[in-house]
Ligand binder design. Structure first.
Ligand code: PEP
Length: 267
């Protein structure tokens, strides 16, 4: 949901601005990353009414930061980190290394990690803790499968995922989280949740966040929608109640299409 025009009243702090996040998954290595940033920067200028964050593969984080010099509005994050701070874990990346490379944000709980790598709710909670230990802002991804939706288990699944992931985090750490509702049946499938579906799920999440934190934290929490977001459906998704931004996979790989998405609400 786009925020009300500025209008900050005395004593009332402004709500966080909408967030547009790009999850590149296993695409765009360093060379393609730098070409993308050059092109994207020419299409999308800095604006203070929204936040834009990219999640390149870990090997492209340093390149992203270097390519985006002078464009501090284009932030960068890490797609996944190991739950331990360091050690003999061939192929893994720690949160502190990601921070050292320039990552300011981190995903945890993406459905592809849950499905392909067996990331459990508890492991996701440990990853949130490591990200926070390194000063990285986590985005906790949650969402139901098609089967769970058809079995009318949306509330149960979202409650279980968020409850388990936040269990070991104290109150101040819980306040530092951003969320992404990503129905598994909508990721990379071309099927998008309707605005009503998105609002229903975001409403469940916001109530669970209030239960696990407090009303003010829940009201201020950024909850993204993710699942086949494209330039032609961004406007209606962003206008949906409770939707504070989007997490975009496929359509973020093309600079033109992601620039169009990031410009939504202003055309
Ligand atoms: C994602 O992977 O987070 C995602 C939302 O992908 P897509 O936009 O391709 O559905």
């Amino acid at each position: 949901m786009m925020p009300e025009a500025a209008g900050e009243e005395a004593g009332v702090s402004e709500m966080p601005s909408p967030l547009f996040a790009a999850n590149w998954k296993m695409h765009l290595g360093p060379s393609e990353c730098s070409a993308f940033v050059a092109r994207f920067a020419g299409l999308y200028g800095p604006r203070d009414d929204r936040r834009v964050v990219f999640f390149p593969p870990a090997v492209s984080i340093v390149t992203f930061v270097a390519s985006a010099t002078g464009r501090e509005d284009l932030e960068v994050g890490v797609q996944d980190v190991h739950p331990e701070a360091e050690g003999a874990h061939t192929g893994a990346v720690s949160a502190s290394m990601a921070a050292d490379a320039g990552a300011r944000w981190g995903l945890a709980g993406h459905s592809e990690r849950r499905r392909e790598f067996g990331d459990s709710d508890e492991l996701v909670g440990e990853k949130l803790a490591r990200l926070l230990d390194s000063g990285i802002k986590p985005i906790l991804c949650l969402g139901e499968t098609l089967q769970e939706r058809e079995e009318d288990r949306l509330y149960e699944v979202l409650s279980r995922q968020i409850g388990a992931a936040l269990r070991e985090l104290d109150a101040s750490r819980r306040q530092a989280l951003t969320y992404a509702y990503e129905p598994v049946w909508a990721i990379g499938t071309g099927h998008t949740a309707t605005p009503t579906d998105a609002t229903e799920a975001h409403d469940i999440l916001r109530k669970r966040i209030a239960h696990l934190t407090d009303e003010e934290t829940a009201e201020r929490a950024t909850i993204l929608y993710g699942g086949s977001v494209k330039p032609d459906n961004i406007d209606e998704l962003l206008a949906s109640d409770g939707v504070d931004g989007v997490l975009v996979g496929g359509a973020s790989l093309d600079p033109e299409s992601f620039a169009a998405i990031c410009s939504a609400g202003s055309r």
